[in-house]
Design a protein around this ligand. Structure first.
Ligand code: ADP
Length: 194
């Protein structure tokens, strides 16, 4: 198994690059943002709880997200590996993920962190807001999401760096150029299937 964390601030391109990666290497994509939005749209109890935080640009409580991830990993026991997108977003989430994977006798092999300057992030998120219909892509909430990122999510990079798993990637080149850089790192572990 090969397990990758695609790390970076809101708007850094994690969703786009995750799609490319899972298709190229036949991995399973786990995006907590997508999973939470799905729960919200189905009006499940978890979705109703999560929406309160998401609409304010705040992180959803760890226990909610961790429970959801655990079930998702169990859904595909035969996966070649997972790409975690938007998770872990706090240090306790990173520690919980390590425990879950250890239980499955596997681990996170690599963390690729997309580095994009803040003005570019805001520009991208506002652009997406115009078409996505996402209630959290407006100027006020974007500022809050970036603040949450700095205070709670940035420490996750330090956590993986301490474990020697972190690689920083320049994330404001074109989508294909950024993808090429990502594949150079992944190819050290796994060959493309396409
Ligand atoms: P982006 O990275 O573009 O901000 P996501 O789609 O990954 O967007 O997440 C949208 C929102 O969903 C976040 O602002 C947060 O409220 C919630 N969320 C997603 N993943 C997590 C997570 N791992 N932990 C806590 N909250 C999360």
């Amino acid at each position: 198994m090969f397990n990758l964390v695609l790390f970076g601030p809101p708007g850094s391109g994690k969703g786009t690059q995750s799609e490319n990666i899972v298709n190229t290497y036949n991995l399973q994509h786990i995006s907590t943002g997508d999973l939470l939005r799905d729960e919200v749209s189905r009006h499940t109890p978890l979705g109703t709880e999560a929406k309160k935080y998401m609409d304010q640009g705040l992180l959803v409580p760890d226990e909610v997200v961790i429970g959801m991830i655990s079930g998702k990993i169990d859904d595909t026991p035969d996966a070649r590996g997972f790409v975690f997108d938007g998770f872990p977003r706090t240090r306790p989430q990173a520690e919980a993920l390590d425990k879950l994977l250890e239980f499955k006798q596997t681990q996170i092999h690599l963390v690729l962190a997309l580095d994009v300057p803040e003005p570019e992030l805001v520009k991208r998120l506002l652009g997406r807001g115009a078409t996505s219909g996402r209630s959290d892509d407006n100027e006020e909430i974007i500022a809050k999401r970036i603040k949450e990122y700095h205070s709670k999510t940035q420490p996750v990079a330090d956590y993986y760096n301490e474990h020697g798993k972190l690689e920083n990637i320049v994330g404001d080149h074109s989508i294909p150029d950024t993808f090429k850089t990502l594949t150079k790192h992944i190819n050290k572990y796994l060959l493309p299937v396409t």
